[in-house]
Design a protein around this ligand. Structure first.
Ligand code: GDP
Length: 364
């Protein structure tokens, strides 16, 4: 599955946020046949009202949302790239995630020590990212000599990688993350193969005080401004409030949110932002037994999408009966969509669209 790492300096609210995420997931666990929760790894449901609507139309007995994995990666301190704190272990954990959520402290509380001595979310973001940039810089500098040697020897792949490295190194030396490098579609795969820490997409989580959950505050505004400049995503959240919401029975949540002036939980926004950040889309399988959401990367073709359900579906793929979400709802289900000519038969080159309701035909 797809993984999003929660990263930040100590005492910024990472664990509070992570626990709120997984507590919510645990409360919903009855619906989850495969929900596994480890101390610092949690699978959370991706909230999607479309799935409920589809299940309502098909009178599905069970609703199974798709999931996203969050990993609480503790241990980042200034000097992590030099082995301080949990150092290398910490960096190894980051290497394994697909995207990074930087939790930034945007709340004041004299009782809770700030490791840098003052509240300054942008400076914290830089402290954290600097450690990752140093690690990337050192790892690339180590590789350059070897790549140059092999490129001179006529190895094409090494030459390609070397060109990329030479485009990323000046950025890193200039204190900029590798994700800001201009990479063409052709180079994308090789770029990802470099497996850098700062090439992963990032999401800023501005953790504000309880009173600013709905409005944000001066600190979170700075975080949002920075995200806009970078074309990144920022989510304003109060981890404290989220942990309170997580303990409420589901039927009381809406009322509590209303009272706070919020429309959805910060966790829902965070999960959806993570989903968008990872470039993921959802398709559905719908029937009387269950309505289920499945996650694929944007651009995935029908056979590979079927493979997410079962490898046999991919191997024996024949075609996919396809109904767009809007048609399924407007025509009140499969029969209506079929009658109106809105069920398409798509072949192996079809790129699955977000919201497609699919039924795969395959041979064994
Ligand atoms: P971590 O070290 O980043 O995992 O931080 P924790 O989640 O353990 O939080 C550190 C301390 O800050 C704890 O005492 C939390 O209760 C507190 N904290 C976290 N979020 C908030 C918040 O939004 N407001 C306030 N006032 N305290 C918070």
């Amino acid at each position: 599955g797809f993984k999003c790492g929660i990263v930040g300096l100590p005492n910024v609210g990472k664990s509070t946020l992570f626990n709120a995420l997984t507590q919510t997931a645990a409360a919903q666990a009855a619906n989850y046949p495969f929900c596994t929760i480890e101390p610092n790894v949690g699978e959370v449901a991706v909230p999607d009202q479309r799935l409920d609507a589809l299940a309502g139309i098909a009178k599905s007995a069970q609703i199974i949302p798709t999931r996203l994995t969050f990993v609480d990666i503790a241990g980042l301190v200034r000097g992590a790239s030099k082995g301080e704190g949990l150092g290398n272990q910490f960096l190894a954990h980051i290497r394994e995630v697909d995207a990074i959520a930087y939790v930034l402290r945007c709340f004041e509380d004299d009782d809770i020590t700030h490791v840098e001595g003052k509240i300054d979310p942008l400076s914290d973001a830089e402290t954290v990212e600097t450690e990752l940039m140093i690690a990337d810089l050192e790892s690339l500098e180590k590789r350059v000599v070897n790549l140059e040697k092999r490129a001179r020897g006529g190895d094409k792949e090494s030459k390609e990688q070397l060109d990329l490295v030479n485009c990323v190194l000046p950025l890193l030396r200039d204190g900029k993350p590798a994700r800001l490098a201009k990479i063409s579609d052709d180079e994308r795969a090789a770029f990802e193969a470099l497996n850098l820490l700062t090439s992963k997409p990032v999401l800023y989580v501005a953790n504000v005080d309880e009173g600013s959950a709905a409005t944000g505050n001066a600190y979170s505004e700075r975080v949002e401004a920075r995200a806009r400049e970078e074309g990144a995503v920022a989510v304003v959240i109060s981890a404290k409030i989220e942990s309170e919401i997580a303990t409420l029975p589901p039927e009381e949540r809406a009322e509590y949110l209303d009272a706070l002036g919020l429309h959805e939980t910060g966790l829902d926004r965070l999960i959806n932002a993570g989903y968008g950040l990872l470039g993921l889309v959802t398709y559905f399988t719908v029937g009387p037994k269950e309505a289920r959401a499945w996650t694929i990367e944007k651009g995935t073709r029908a056979p590979q999408a079927a493979g997410v359900i079962h490898t046999d579906f991919e191997k024996g793929f024949i075609r996919s009966e396809t109904i767009a979400y809007a048609d399924y709802v407007a025509l009140k289900g499969e029969a209506g969509a079929k009658e109106a000519g809105k069920m398409r038969l798509e072949g192996k080159d079809y790129v699955v669209a977000d919201g497609d309701v699919l039924h795969f035909r395959f041979a064994n």
